[in-house]
Design a protein around this ligand. Structure first.
Ligand SMILES: [Zn+2]
Length: 357
């Protein structure tokens, strides 16, 4: 059979193979190859797989990396022009890479997308949350966290009464109605919820030797409250829950996401810089009220001594005590001489607290 028709191309498959006359169709970025005589489908070559070869027998030649063999196409073939143009643009490295490794790109894109979404959720949402949550609402959240916490703990009423009288003498916060509580616990710990609930465990109080240590402790916790460290921390760890509730709806959703974090309160730990800020602002508050800022050094030293016998939770959730003591001493040294006053009321309330724990 002789084919002089310019619509016929020649396909060579396998070594020393005879040329096979074929018809070509190009659509959907693919070259479709059919037998010339009875139009049976033979092969299809995606455009990205096709490369041009040197001419032979006065015809243009092409091969594909999806199958063996090559094609010879007469110059006058109607598909040739389109095919050459497409092949040429596919010779560009990026286009070819894109087509050849589509699944790889799809998976990489997906991973990148998830990573960006994660960053969006964990970095942006806490930031938005900090802007959105008013101080009033923060107190409400703190109240809910505190109520949840109280379901598992016993408040020591008398000691709490005297601790509250003690705290009232201090200007702990210009923004929040700070409320202090003593709970009976063998764990030496103290922490604050967002919005101003400060919880001091009885075991920690028993250890302190003088009222200035307690002022330092309350000042430290009040700084976490005032600077919204706790809220920031909770928002970060609750951000996936927050993400959902922002989409599902109301602020109630947000607070229920936060409530799940209630148990984490005790283990809340802050970065070194936030702890230093809490220690320093506590000492500044002491100086402003003419209370000896060395109370901070006494507090840390007492707890450090305890730690040699048993773990002190308050310290374990905070950075190295040794370093904090040095920082506090340096801070006090830089203050120079500060005027101090007698604080009979604080001393009296301190004695009452000690009597009731
Ligand atoms: Zn702290």
């Amino acid at each position: 059979m002789q084919y002089t028709d310019e619509h016929i191309a020649w396909l060579y498959v396998g070594e020393n193979a005879m040329a096979q006359p074929v018809r070509l169709m190009y659509f959907q970025n693919t070259l479709h190859i059919y037998q010339a005589d009875h139009s049976a489908f033979v092969l299809k070559w995606p455009i990205y797989s096709i490369q041009a070869l040197p001419e032979s027998n006065g015809r243009k030649c092409f091969q594909s990396n999806v199958s063996q063999g090559f094609l010879e196409i007469p110059h006058a073939h109607p598909v040739l022009l389109t095919l050459e143009k497409e092949v040429q643009s596919n010779q560009r490295v990026f286009t070819r890479l894109w087509h050849q490794y589509k699944p790889f790109w799809a998976i990489s894109g997906l991973i990148l997308g998830v990573a960006l979404l994660y960053l969006g959720v964990t970095k942006t949402l806490p930031w938005i949350g900090m802007k959105m949550i008013s101080r009033e609402y923060e107190v409400e959240i703190g109240q809910k966290l505190f109520d949840t916490f109280l379901e598992q703990e016993d408040v020591e009423d008398s000691a709490t009464y005297w601790l509250q009288a003690f705290a009232k003498e201090l200007k702990l916060s210009p923004y929040y109605p700070v409320q202090t509580f003593v709970v009976s616990s063998e764990e030496k710990n103290a922490f604050a919820t967002p919005g101003g609930f400060i919880i001091v465990n009885s075991a920690l109080l028993k250890d302190l030797d003088d009222y200035t240590s307690l002022v330092a402790l309350l000042g430290h916790e009040a700084t976490h409250v005032n600077q919204r460290h706790g809220l920031d921390n909770l928002l970060k760890s609750a951000s996936s829950g927050l993400f959902l509730s922002l989409f599902i709806g109301d602020g109630g959703g947000i607070s229920s996401a936060l409530l799940q974090q209630a148990d984490m309160l005790r283990q809340l730990s802050y970065s070194r810089s936030l702890e230093r800020e809490a220690d320093e602002l506590s000492m500044k508050m002491m100086v402003l009220q003419k209370i000896d800022p060395r109370g901070m050094v006494r507090l840390l030293t007492t707890l450090q001594k305890d730690e040699s016998n048993e773990p002190v939770s308050f310290l374990s959730t905070h950075p190295a005590t040794e370093e904090r003591i040095k920082d506090a001493e340096l801070f006090i040294k830089n203050l120079g001489k500060v005027p101090l006053a007698e604080h009979e009321k604080l001393q009296f309330y301190w004695n009452c607290i000690k009597k009731h724990i």
